[in-house]
Write a protein that binds this ligand. Structure first.
Ligand SMILES: Cc1cc2nc3c(=O)[nH]c(=O)nc-3n(C[C@H](O)[C@H](O)[C@H](O)COP(=O)(O)OP(=O)(O)OC[C@H]3O[C@@H](n4cnc5c(N)ncnc54)[C@H](O)[C@@H]3O)c2cc1C
Length: 478
């Protein structure tokens, strides 16, 4: 059977049975194509239910050698390639319609070197894979807040999480990466080897090659940490967020905190008082001494009269997966957009509160994040990740289930984001950005700022033909 696959210019390549057979003979992992062979093994599905695009061919690689062969095959046949780590791209950047998907979901290995405090992590690992292994040694590296998110996309796009104020972004803790380039070469990127590529990988996204292995620096964390999770009535958000602002600006580096607004479902494991009730949840983690941490977080529990307070010392791994139920895979349609704020003024808070009261669906969120400490220790040009000074970021996350609501849900996020430009600096966080809200180029230029030029040069050196283009794409510019 012949399989048709698309090229980047939209033309189509016919792949005969012998060609696919040859690919299968080379790869250890399964190859799925409409010819039916290996059809029982599908790639990891995309998180956003809006992204159901199907590739013509997908390969589930088992290691670097498979990735090299898959890249070689796509290059030889001129195919449009998508690369999938965790599949959590909100914009669907790891989905490819009719092209070739290189899926890393079988590459989840994590090896901890406790003496050197390093973790070697394969390119398809999820955050929970790392936390599980590193916590066995009382260690952790900064990652994100939902355990099913892919390490690769999160790290390459920066990576905020519960440890960032103390230990920096995920990408700041990357010490080495193994990368399969568009021409099939396998290179190491570190401070010593290919330092320009290493610089670009720390924030520049999936533009430069497929990372098959990450090496992260580890820190002593847990096994218990102090956690605050305080549910206030949404109507009081204005007052709560003003108090929170004062707190976080003075808080020690061990504290990372945010406020999320949502409508909690009628979960029998949660108290009735918050069932189907719009709430503002103040969340925080203190990653140092647990008792001192609980005392430090206490003011966040007294910003008003909580409906429910689940603050307590918690295992770090439990904290890392506490928000998973909000974000089931391939269930919610999603469109998110975020913006940094140099100052969280009263007017900005009132605007956020008004939008939070007017969310398009119960599962939609507004988030206000605080950043500082180690995130700001690096300058904007020390890594490709350029935003190193804004103390706040607001994200409007539409999430809904009925395709008939697509337009209204997307419109809510866009209009809230637009209003926020009065208070923010206009710079988006690319990992939280939905597609098609503006030309992708505009978002990329805004997010990378002065780093875009250097990224273009690195792209020209490592991927001059823009083979890796399904990402927050940087054009090669020698
Ligand atoms: C529910 C949810 C929670 C989130 N929480 C956080 C959070 O707490 N903090 C945060 O910073 N971000 C968070 N994000 C954003 C997240 O970091 C990005 O969506 C990120 O891109 C996800 O990575 P992934 O590997 O799962 O994505 P994928 O969809 O697999 O890929 C995203 C991009 O990375 C490329 N890519 C994937 N794997 C590789 C690889 N091995 N080598 C090279 N390129 C690759 C893809 O081609 C694509 O362009 C969250 C997203 C969701 C949906």
């Amino acid at each position: 059977m012949t399989v048709t696959a698309i090229r980047p210019d939209g033309s189509r390549e016919q792949l005969g049975a012998a060609v696919l057979e040859d690919l299968r003979a080379h790869l250890r992992g399964p190859v799925t194509a409409p010819d039916g062979a290996d059809a029982t093994t599908e790639p990891r599905v995309a998180w956003n239910a809006m992204h159901t695009e199907r590739p013509s061919i997908s390969t589930r690689c088992t290691g670097t050698a498979d990735v090299v062969d898959a890249v070689g095959f796509a290059r030889e046949h001129g195919l449009l390639v998508g690369v999938r780590g965790g599949g959590h791209s909100v914009a669907g950047l790891s989905s490819v319609a009719d092209g070739m998907l290189i899926d890393l979901s079988l590459m989840r290995g994590v090896q901890v070197d406790p003496h050197r405090r390093l973790a070697h992590v394969q390119g398809g690992a999820l955050l929970g894979d790392i936390d599980r292994e590193t916590q066995a040694f009382g260690l952790a590296t900064p990652l994100g807040r939902v355990s099913e998110t892919g390490v690769a996309g999160l790290t390459l796009g920066g990576g905020y999480g519960h440890l960032d104020t103390r230990y920096g972004l995920a990408c700041d803790n990357l010490v080495e990466a193994q990368v399969v380039l568009a021409d099939g070469r396998v290179v190491t990127a570190s401070a010593e080897q290919n330092p320009d590529l290493f610089w670009a990988l720390r924030g520049g996204g999936g533009n430069f090659g497929i990372v098959t292995s990450f090496t992260f620096r580890l820190h002593p964390v847990g096994p218990m940490v102090a956690f605050a999770g305080v549910f206030y009535p949404l109507e009081e958000l204005g007052r709560i967020e003003r108090g929170w602002r004062s707190y976080v600006l003075e808080a020690p580096r061990e504290v990372t905190s945010f406020i999320v607004t949502t409508t909690f479902p009628a979960d029998p494991d949660m108290p009735d008082v918050i069932h189907d009730r719009p709430v503002a949840i103040v969340g925080a983690v203190h990653c140092g001494d647990v008792d001192a941490g609980m005392a430090t977080l206490q003011p966040l529990r007294e910003l008003g009269a909580p409906l429910f307070d689940m603050s307590q010392p918690m295992p770090y791994t439990a904290v890392q997966s506490a928000f998973d139920p909000f974000f089931p895979r391939q269930t919610l349609r999603a469109y998110w957009k975020s913006q940094y704020l140099d100052e969280l003024t009263d007017d900005a808070i009132d605007a956020i509160a008004a939008r939070a009261a007017n969310r398009p669906s119960p599962r939609s969120l507004t988030n206000t994040f605080h950043f500082g400490g180690a995130v700001h220790d690096l300058g904007p040009e020390e890594t490709a990740f350029a935003e190193r000074s804004a103390p706040f970021m607001v994200s409007f996350d539409s999430m809904w289930t009925d395709p008939a609501d697509d337009a209204s849900a997307i419109a809510w996020t866009r209009s809230a984001w637009q209003e926020m430009t009065r208070y923010g600096n206009g710079m988006p966080f690319l990992n939280f950005t939905g597609l098609d809200d503006e030309p992708l180029d505009a978002n990329v230029a805004s997010a990378f700022g002065r780093n875009l030029r250097r990224l273009g040069k690195v792209k020209a050196e490592y991927d001059p033909e823009n083979f890796f283009r399904l990402n927050n794409n940087v054009r090669p510019s020698p």
